[in-house]
Ligand binder design. Structure first.
Ligand SMILES: CC(C)(COP(=O)(O)OP(=O)(O)OC[C@H]1O[C@@H](n2cnc3c(N)ncnc32)[C@H](O)[C@@H]1OP(=O)(O)O)[C@@H](O)C(=O)NCCC(=O)NCCS
Length: 314
């Protein structure tokens, strides 16, 4: 099978130091990693890493060096691929970002410290030694790394091939509207405005909680002329279970099928991933979910239980 990475990871270098990010959000929350992120549909990995480095550090790099391909299985996020790069930082002073704290650390610390994502200890020494790019595959069980594989790059790996997610999944266009699962497109201000000021269920949810919930969920957005007009969130392990929530459509855009589209797309995503059960709660939109998502009342409500944080009880 051809390997098509959907992410980039970049190690910015300045003399003996490497720029690392202390991650505020999963995956690898609380650990130090390189910078990087999603490859947008239509971008090559090289174009994506130049954009991501600019967004996360403020550096305009021009010549990132491809240093290998990282893949995994059994980890907290589904199997996937990351194109690894190194690049010389043009100067020492970076611009911070909301993904976490940035810091220059020594090459040795980056290659050995327990606070660093552990698979970096395996590949970064080889990457920094400047050898040919390898394919690094890491197998995990219960998020513990149990096997490392280092092998030559697959013969058919094409670094210059633009990334295209599987059709009908990440993004789809209907008339003037684009539905996307790409979280980089989300306009957080609009989501916060709706949930904290207009919804009937999340008025007391602080902005930081909304931001964290977005980072840790699968999110759907609908956009018209670049403006976000609808949102939905799936709290999910992306394997067995999903909770559909925070579904809303901008009041000016209601009544033309966007809500139905969100529900259908969320269900299609869940079916594709193989999720066995989806749940949701609604005050009055049962018809929307019943007709356009095939949701039914709980078969045996008495089997289900829920728990509320002690401080949230009235
Ligand atoms: C509910 C909401 C997402 C629907 O979005 P929309 O784009 O206006 O809806 P659509 O045009 O796709 O049509 C919704 C369908 O669900 C049905 N429906 C059932 N209950 C509904 C409800 N409470 N509100 C809106 N539509 C409802 C509509 O009748 C329509 O079906 P039909 O076309 O067969 O008549 C939107 O009204 C909204 O954001 N409301 C405020 C937030 C909210 O209540 N979210 C749901 C929380 S569970």
């Amino acid at each position: 099978m051809t390997l098509i990475p959907a992410f980039t990871l970049c190690f910015l270098l300045d003399g003996d130091d490497v720029l690392m990010l202390h991650r505020r959000f999963p995956p690898n929350q609380g650990l130090w990693n390189g910078v990087g992120g999603h490859i947008e549909p239509g971008e090559t990995a090289r174009q994506a890493v130049i954009r991501e480095v600019a967004e996360e550090t403020g550096y305009r790099i021009t010549d990132p060096q491809f240093a290998g391909l990282l893949t995994w299985d059994g980890f907290e996020i589904p199997p996937g691929g990351i194109a690894i790069f190194t690049a010389q930082a043009p100067h020492r002073t970076f611009v911070g970002n909301h993904e976490g704290e940035l810091a220059w650390v020594s090459r040795e610390w980056a290659c050995t410290a327990p606070e660093v994502v552990d698979n970096i200890h395996v590949f970064l020494p080889l990457v920094l030694a400047g050898g040919a790019p390898n394919h690094y595959h890491f197998s995990y069980q219960d998020n513990v790394r149990i096997r490392d594989l280092i092998e030559p790059l697959p013969a058919d790996y094409d670094l210059e091939r633009p990334y295209q997610p599987e059709a009908g999944f990440e993004e789809e266009q209907r008339g003037d509207y684009l539905l996307s699962l790409d979280k980089d497109r989300l306009q957080i201000e609009k989501v916060v405005d709706f949930l904290a000021r207009q919804s009937y269920w999340a008025q007391s949810r602080p902005r930081e909680v909304i931001e964290t919930s977005i980072h840790t969920s699968v999110c759907l957005g609908i956009y018209r002329a670049g403006e976000q007009v609808a949102f939905a969130r799936l709290v999910t392990d992306q394997a067995t279970f999903a909770w559909l929530c925070d579904v809303f459509v901008d009041p000016d855009e209601r009544g033309q099928g966007l809500g139905k589209w969100l529900v259908e797309a969320a269900c299609r995503y869940a079916d594709r991933v193989g999720i066995h059960r989806m749940l949701l709660a609604t005050r009055d939109a049962h018809g929307l979910y019943e007709h356009y998502g095939d949701f039914q009342p709980l078969e045996v409500p008495g089997k289900w239980m829920s728990r509320i944080h002690p401080d949230s009880k009235q």
